[in-house]
Design a binder for this molecule. Structure first.
Ligand code: FMN
Length: 181
């Protein structure tokens, strides 16, 4: 099984999560690539069996770089690979993830983004296994990260959050054991 963790991160929170996913995959015996998306990122997502797509939540959506990448791929694959009914491709799995602060309305600020990723991944024919919304402190704001809907989120994602991510990866791999050849 070949995995890709493709992510964006403006302040480092999502990068911490992406790196922990990567190390947990490698520890689990999976060949995994960790790539931060850039304007010139060229990848064939169909080269991988297990895709992780992640971004910080920026105004309920992805970063501009991640949005541009996803839309570029959607346009390219629409020509030949994305079919009506989006038939599942055997052995192709995916996970959507994000980090978010939820300052105003909590996790409802993250759900649109992971659903958006899942919609894209589902169009590709992947079975989306999980959507992970991980709390991340809001950098560079005057508010001290204690008054939002999620309370005190200073320093998050912290080691506890990252251990949770690691455990989720282990659980996912156990669930995919039949495909782990
Ligand atoms: C410009 C900007 C807009 C943001 N908008 C939201 C938002 O709409 N909802 C939310 O929950 N968090 C929002 N956040 C907080 C980030 O999603 C959160 O801090 C995330 O963990 C940052 O990840 P990063 O360090 O990988 O960039 C925003 C942060 C920035 C900088």
């Amino acid at each position: 099984m070949k995995a890709l963790i493709l992510y964006d991160s403006l302040g480092g929170n999502t990068e911490k999560v992406a790196k922990r996913i990567h190390s947990a995959l490698v520890e689990g015996g999976v060949q995994a690539e960790l790539i931060k998306v850039a304007e010139d990122t060229e990848l064939d997502l169909y080269d991988y069996d297990l895709l992780f797509l992640g971004s910080p939540v920026i105004a309920w959506g992805p970063t501009n770089t991640m949005r541009d990448f996803v839309m570029k791929k959607l346009r390219a694959y629409h020509k030949e690979k994305i079919q009506p009914s989006a038939p599942l491709r055997p052995g192709k799995f995916a996970v959507s993830f994000c980090t978010y602060s939820g300052t105003h309305i909590g996790e409802d600020e993250a759900i649109p983004l992971t659903k958006w990723f899942s919609s894209f991944l589902g169009h590709l024919g992947c079975q989306v296994m999980c959507e992970w919304n991980i709390v991340g402190e809001f950098h560079n704001i005057e508010e001290p990260n204690i008054n939002g809907r999620l309370g005190d989120i200073r320093g998050r994602p912290n080691e506890h959050d990252l251990l949770d991510v690691e455990n989720r990866v282990k659980g996912l791999l156990a669930g995919l054991a039949a495909w782990m050849a």
